[in-house]
Structure formats: C-alpha cells, structure tokens
Design a protein around this ligand. Structure first.
Ligand code: SF4
Length: 270
C-alpha cells in the first residue's frame, strides 16, 4: 500500500492535510480512525470516485486524447466498488449513492471538464517542512493548473465562504509556493452537487490566498500538532455538516451521538 506521506527527516513530525482537517473537525474521530484504519461513508467514497474520474479525464487530455463519458463512469464505479469493504452505511444508502455516480460524472464532463485544460496534476503528495516546529506537512491537491490550485468536491454544495475559509486550500497554496515558486493567483473548488431541482451540476467557486494567510495556517498546524501530541480528543460541534451519518463513518457507534440524533438520521435514510 502507498504510504500516506513520505518518510520525514529525523526528528520531524509528519502530518497530512487530511489529518489536519480531520483533527480540526473532530479530535475524537481523528483518534478512532487511527485505530480502525480508514472507514468511509458511501458519500465519501463517491467523492473519491469523482476525483479518480476527473484525474483520468485530465490525464487523457494532457496526452492529447479524449475519454468517452462511459469510460469515466466506469472509473468512478470501479473506485467506488474498491471502497465497499470500508463503507459503514446501510446497503440501501450504498446502492442509492452508487446509482448517482453516472449523473455526477456527467456533471463533471458537461460543466467542469471543458474549463480545465492542460493541467498539471499533483500525482503524489507534495511536502513542505516547518523547520521552526520540525513539522512535515503534505497534501495532494487535485490540480495545479495555470498558476491556480483546484480541488474537486462532490455531494455537498460548497458556498463562497467555505472556499474563502478552507484550511485545505490555504495548505495547497503554501505547497504551490514551495513547489512552483509563487503563490497561486487563485484557488478554487470544483463542486459537483445536486441543484434545488435534484439535477447534478458542476460549479466552480473561486477565492485567493495571500502570504498573510500562510501565517494563520502555520499557527493552526502548530496547534493541531500540539493537540495530537497531548492526546486531545474533543468531539465535533454536533450541528456541523461533517458530524452526520452521511459524512462521518463513526456516526452510528459514536458515544457523543445521542439516541435522538440516531433516530432522526434513520428516519432521514428511509
Ligand atoms: S459522529 Fe461527530 S462527534 Fe462522533 S466521531 Fe463523528 S464527527 Fe466526531
């Protein structure tokens, strides 16, 4: 299996962008996922599946080829199926989510793919070192394209504020600075989601980052690493989107989720 991040220099603490994000959202989940491997929900697996289809599409474009949408749907289906053993949802939720893959892929093909041409794909984790704190931070942005950093998100509709405040995009901007030599001129989320009529669409939301944003990133990462070193395991805000059956694979067994929330989540799944 591919390591989640490269071997750090001696005496450095390695941490991935996704680990930073998980710890910020829920310290309890961070520790439980370390114990249980990487459980996922069907919606998380669908997000990965769409990223794999987008990668395949762009790799073909860079080689001067074109993939038929059916081939991209097959890539998404295969990625989704490979995550079945790790899925924590009920069978009906998995089936419904799998059934939505073709429409989500077609939204990528129709609304997003034409605007992303000739990109450079980050094929392996990019690494940055905080020498002062002896921290290695790494991440794998979906695309570095024309001096922009872009990330594909599927399922939840992103709002402009989400893009302005995303720690993940700030991290990728820093990695862009280290690996390309400049701050990206823009950062974006390519969001694939259903509109209010239930139709799958793709939408790009733009923002930017300045060197001042990096200062706050370093403070955040330092706090996360210190929290991990001290074993902090605070639960998530129960009203946040990620503390839900759809987006947290530990929801059904989590001691921080009361019976009333579990009943409400079951009702929603019917
Ligand atoms: S259900 Fe909420 S509190 Fe429990 S692990 Fe998941 S995100 Fe954390």
């Amino acid at each position: 299996m591919r390591p989640r991040y490269p071997t750090p220099p001696d005496g450095y603490t390695p941490i991935s962008t996704s680990a930073v994000m998980t710890f910020l959202r829920c310290g309890y989940r961070y520790w439980m996922e370390k114990e249980k491997g990487n459980p996922v929900t069907a919606r998380m697996a669908r997000g990965t599946a769409l990223s794999r289809a987008a990668e395949t599409d762009n790799r073909a474009k860079m080689a001067g080829e074109e993939k038929h949408p059916d081939e991209l749907i097959e890539v998404a289906r295969s990625s989704f199926s490979s995550e079945l053993p790790a899925m924590q949802d009920k069978g009906t939720t998995i089936l419904k989510t799998k059934a939505s893959l073709p429409q989500a892929v077609l939204a990528w093909v129709r609304d997003l793919s034409p605007g992303i041409g000739g990109v450079t794909l980050a094929e392996k984790p990019l690494v940055g070192l905080f020498h002062e704190e002896r921290i290695v931070l790494c991440g794998t942005p979906d695309f570095f394209a024309n001096n922009c950093v872009r990330d594909v998100k599927t399922g939840r509709r992103w709002r402009p504020d989400d893009v302005h405040t995303s720690v993940q995009l700030t991290t990728y901007s820093w990695l862009h600075l280290l690996h390309v030599g400049t701050m990206p001129t823009a950062v974006a989320v390519d969001s694939i989601h259903r509109d209010r009529h239930g139709r799958w669409i793709g939408e790009t939301l733009w923002s930017s980052r300045t060197p001042e944003d990096l200062q706050s990133l370093w403070e955040t990462v330092k706090s996360v690493v210190r929290g991990i070193q001290k074993g902090v395991a605070l639960p998530a805000d129960p009203t946040s989107w990620h503390c839900s059956a759809a987006w947290c694979p530990l929801f059904w067994e989590c001691p921080h989720v009361g019976d009333a929330r579990k009943r409400a989540a079951k009702d929603r799944e019917k």
